[in-house]
Design a protein around this ligand. Structure first.
Ligand code: ASP
Ligand code: MG
Length: 405
């Protein structure tokens, strides 16, 4: 007998018909004799809707009250799923995050899990029940409901799989798995059967929206092997695990495009110790995540910095920078909104040379200009013009033969 944790995302439980279909699927797995713990998201769109409602009654809703409100999205689907299962004759019980023993820190709307008390769940599993848990939520020391950050139902599933020592963890979503590129953009993109945690993390941070990166980090930390697969068909998905030796043979695993970034150029700042520190401190204090930093060689006492930030943070970044530049003794801020970040990921890059050269050549042959470059051990990212991002993904996908198994 295996112990399986499954997670169904917002589209998979998007309405009551779909919830009934999910219940049937759960029943099939249960009929194989496995112990089963299921984590569900809110119906697609519900969390956004609840946030919008909160904003319509208050410009700056209080974190505690926001969490009270947001938690109901997942509570609805977990209760309905349990009812649907009971209707199919399956012994099922729903748990909210707090009932599931998920203890978090006190940071409302972005709480971190501290510990999980699995005793009540273990007891119900022993009694043969299927357990349905509301994702994305927990309880803090004061007994207040907390939520774990957007997209964190994945996190609940991975954390549960780790705490319960599950044999397998299946993340059901609306896509078949992780592809070598976005299949809507690159027609001959292939589904990857296996992927390492690090590659998945780089792909997730590079803009492939299959899974929340924090959840992948947690899976890596606890060695939770998981599978990303579709709840709408029976196709096998993508298995994500620690890298294995033969993965090294494949140099490039996939290409991702992130169209939600803008490029900020800070020019004419004094070329002396502390300038960059002040610039990035001001952004950090504003809680803005900066990516792809490039500084050119200083000339005549001044230097230029370019970097990318999430598009939604652009205005705030400029506002945070202006006073710093004034205090710093000069400099201008310019924003370039219409850019995209194109990333190429693969663990094989660690041991192969020439990957960067091939990426740049493929773009050059297509006449696509590169504005910024950054690299990690297993990723090369470039900033290019937004309107050419899809084409860039296609030429790189072809250049590395990613369409071939
Ligand atoms: N419902 C939450 C959100 O939309 C959590 C999740 O779906 O994973 O962010
Ligand atoms: Mg989600």
């Amino acid at each position: 007998m295996s112990r399986i944790v499954q997670k169904y995302g917002g589209t998979s439980v998007g309405d009551t018909d779909r919830i009934r279909r999910v219940a049937e699927r759960i029943k099939e797995t249960r009929a194989l004799g496995h112990e089963l713990v299921v984590v569900v998201s809110a119906r697609a769109g519900v969390t956004n809707e609840l946030i919008a409602r909160a904003r319509s009654v208050s410009a700056n809703p209080n974190g505690r009250e926001l969490d009270q409100l947001l938690a109901i999205g997942e509570q609805e689907t977990c209760a309905l799923t349990a009812m649907a299962l009971q209707g199919l004759g399956v012994d099922a019980i729903s748990y909210t995050g707090p009932q599931a023993g998920i203890f978090t820190d006190q940071f409302h709307t972005k709480a971190r899990i501290r510990s999980i008390n699995v005793k009540p769940i273990e007891k119900d599993l022993k009694a043969g029940r299927v357990i349905i848990i509301a994702g994305f939520q927990g309880i803090n020391e004061e007994g207040e409901v907390t939520t774990l950050g957007r997209g964190a139902s994945d996190l609940t599933a991975i954390a549960m799989a780790a705490a319960l020592n599950a044999t397998s963890c299946q993340i059901f979503t609306d896509v078949d798995g992780v592809y070598t590129a976005d299949p809507r953009v690159v027609k001959d993109a292939r589904k990857l059967l296996e992927l390492s945690y690090d590659e998945m993390l780089e792909l997730a941070s590079a803009g492939s929206k299959v899974m929340q990166s924090r959840s992948v980090e947690l899976a890596k930390k606890y060695g939770v092997v998981f599978e990303v697969r579709s709840s709408f068909n029976q196709n096998p998905g993508t298995i994500v695990k620690e890298e294995v030796a033969y993965m090294e043979k494949v140099v490039v695993r996939g290409v991702a495009v992130d169209k939600d970034q803008s490029k900020i150029v800070v020019s004419g700042i004094p070329d002396r110790p502390g300038s960059a520190a002040r610039v990035f401190r001001s952004l950090a204090d504003a809680n803005i995540i900066v990516d792809m930093i490039v500084q050119n060689a200083g000339r005549q006492g001044v230097a230029n910095l370019a970097f990318t930030v999430p598009q939604g943070d652009t205005e705030r970044a400029v506002q945070a920078l202006e006073p710093v530049l004034a205090a710093n003794g000069g400099g201008q801020v310019a924003v370039q909104g219409r850019i995209a970040k194109l990333s190429v990921v693969g663990v094989g890059m660690k041991t192969h040379s020439g990957v960067a050269a091939s990426v740049f050549q493929a773009l050059a042959d297509a006449g696509i200009n590169i504005e910024l470059i950054s690299t990690s051990e297993i990723k090369i990212s470039v900033v290019i013009e937004l309107d050419r991002a899809d084409e860039g993904a296609r030429v790189i996908h072809a250049a590395f033969g990613l369409d071939k198994a």
